[in-house]
Each structure stands twice: as C-alpha cells, then as structure tokens.
Design a protein. Sequence first.
Length: 216
Amino acid sequence: MPDLADFRLGADVVDSDGNKAGTLVSVIVDEKGFEPRALVVKDEATLAGRLLAGEKLFTTDEVVIPITAVESATHEAVRLSISGPDIRRQPLYLTYRREPMTVEEAALEEGEFLTGGLGLPKADEIANKPEGEIEIDRGENVMLGTTGRRLGRVDDVLFDHGKLVGVVIRPEGFFKRDVVLPMSFINRADDMALFADLNESDIEQLKPFVDPGPPR
C-alpha cells in the first residue's frame, strides 16, 4: 500500500515519466471499512466521444486507476507507476448506455437532429466499480443519521498511511467553517451520501480543518 498520508481531491496526477496525466476527482473505497481500492482521474487528454460496443455506450473522460498503481501522494500531486499511454488505456469510470427506442421515438430523434433541436439522448449511467465499493467525491452529501438533515458536503478526504481516516466537511447550517469528520462516526455510506452517527456534543467537538494549501 502506498503512503497516502497527503492524499487530496483535486491534486494533479502525474505519470511515471513525470508528466501531468490528469486530476484526481474521487476515490473508490470499500462500502464497509472504507479501504481504498481505486482512484477516478479526469484524463488530461480528453476521452470524450470515444465509443464502445458498436456505438451503444457513450463515454466520459474519467478513468479508473487501481490503488496499486499509486507510488506516492503529496498535497500537490499523486504520482503513478504507469505511463501516460497506459493511463489512457485504463477502464473508463462512467459510461452511458442508451435506452431502447421505439420506431416513433427514433424518427422523432432523427427529426430533432436534422432541425438542430436534438438534446441529450436518454441513457443509463453505469459506474465501473464492483458491488460493495462506493465513490467519495467533492460535493457529496454528509447526512445526520436518518434524520434527513444535512451536516454539509464533502470537500476533501483525509488519509493516514493508506487508511481513510476522515473527510473534510463544508459547513451547511451546523458549522461556520470547514471541519474534520472522523470516519469512525460514519455508520453507513453509499454513492450518494455519507451518514454520520453524531449527537450535539459530538458535533460541537469536531475539529476545524486547517487547509495546508493547494489544491482546491
């Protein structure tokens, strides 16, 4: 396991040749235990428009990098053991499979295309990660247990020797400044939100986050 003590969302991702390959946008962890499994990297050389499976899958420019490919991480950069071309050959994180259309819907879409009024086609979003793993990214909701109340949103992740130990929360009603929420308070998580088991005393004792600097 690489040393991820300074792992940061928004950090540059650097390939084995020392070139910037992209930006870290999220981390994929086990749903239980939060063991890191992979990174989602926005590729510097865009992959938008690449088609797979006979043009039935529309893809984005984010690739999945296994955590084993990380050599080190600082506040500024995540350094990988693989080259730029190898990074671009990694699996795409999100794909979009178009929903089946009736003959009438296909004709309508063709007409909209010819008149310049075609919007985004209907498609199912597919995330390239195993069942039992979740994505944590910037802006994700942090909820107060099952109350339906939102503590805030994830602004960053905090690692210590390869272990996810906490998240930085952007305040939303409860706090006046960014605070650190230890993962020990998270009792449930999915791709949409983290659910924290906190009482009023716990909330008051959360420590403010001191930003060490870029990236943001």
